[in-house]
Ligand binder design. Structure first.
Ligand SMILES: [Fe+2]
Length: 328
């Protein structure tokens, strides 16, 4: 093992889960372990990451390995080339593939929120499309949802929430028999639905307690801001509708347009359900999560008229089949 001094190199490495290094794949990047302030070379560029390597990490309880930031483009290429194959490889247990899918999605969306400024660019869109396409195929496998739900974090953060909204929306929309392209467009809409929040101050996003009227107004701008941020890349209407209208409510009390149920585009109604369900079942700075069961009975209450009852019924079925309804 080769030592490399990390002094003054805080941004020189980025962490990934060992799940994100695939067996039988060669990467043009070295993999490092961290010891205090030092990074130790574990496997070198072009070296195959073998089962033996994996076992060493597992036996030592290592949850994170590191890659040099300068080699991030190589890692991104490696992920793009291997993700779809790994997710559909029957020889890998479904529970392991679920973690791969979840970590890959989170990594790409974290990247998006960290790096996007005013406009989403084409390379980032391509990375998101790869995750969404692979994820939709994976989520269609029997028992995929059953394996993913226990892996999902219960702590609310906007990028993680976007991944969750994608998972729930894709699982629900997958029951409607739409074309693969429409599923991808919906998936992109879900994963990007809160991109407009990337420019909001964290002290507003994660504020403990009630927002004042000025802060509420700021938050209410995020759907339109999100669509604006996507204006330089080719995205279909399904995707843009999902971003713009995911806060509309069936009784007209939502925003930005105050549409009533029949006028809210189908895809936005789906993302709206996924959005509120994840919000209720996640721990926020000011409120504890509630169980999936309680969240479902709250939003399933038909008298609220806020959500599409047929979609809610379908969503409840998806969650019950995935064994999520009993989750606390
Ligand atoms: Fe939102």
């Amino acid at each position: 093992m080769k030592y490399r001094d990390s002094e003054g190199m805080d941004d020189a490495f980025f962490p990934i889960s060992p799940f994100m290094i695939f067996p039988e794949a060669y990467g043009d990047f070295g993999i490092y372990l961290r010891k205090g302030r030092n990074y130790l070379l574990f496997t070198r560029e072009g070296e195959q990451f073998s089962r033996k390597h994996k076992n060493i990490l597992h036996e030592n309880g290592i949850q994170e390995v590191y890659i040099e930031s300068s080699q991030k483009p190589s890692y991104d290429r490696y992920l793009e080339e291997n993700l779809s194959r790994v997710l559909l490889d029957d020889s890998i247990p479904l529970s392991v593939r679920s973690s791969v899918f979840y970590y890959a999605s989170r990594m790409v969306v974290d990247d998006l929120f960290r790096n996007v400024e005013d406009l989403l660019d084409r390379p980032m869109l391509d990375k998101l499309t790869n995750v969404v396409r692979s994820g939709i195929r994976f989520l269609a496998l029997p028992d995929a949802m059953k394996n993913i739900i226990p892996v999902m974090s219960r702590n609310f953060k906007v990028p993680t929430h976007c991944v969750h909204a994608f998972i729930y929306s894709a699982a629900l929309f997958g029951t409607l028999g739409a074309s693969e392209q429409e599923n991808i467009d919906l998936g992109l809409g879900a994963i990007l639905h809160d991109i407009g929040k990337s420019t909001l101050p964290k002290m507003v996003l994660y504020k403990r307690g009630r927002l004042n009227s000025e802060e509420r107004e700021l938050i209410r701008l995020h759907p339109a801001k999100g669509v604006g941020m996507c204006s330089q890349v080719p995205l279909g209407q399904v995707c843009l509708n999902s971003i713009l209208f995911h806060h509309e409510k069936g009784d007209g009390s939502g925003y930005p347009a105050g549409l009533t149920m029949a006028s809210i585009p189908l895809h936005a109604r789906i993302v709206g359900i996924a959005d509120v369900f994840d919000g209720l079942t996640s721990r926020r700075s000011f409120v504890d999560p509630i169980s999936a069961d309680r969240a479902l009975s709250m939003i399933l209450e038909p008298s609220t008229g806020l959500y599409d009852p047929n979609l809610l019924e379908r969503f409840a079925e998806v969650l019950t089949q995935a064994g999520a309804a009993g989750l606390n």
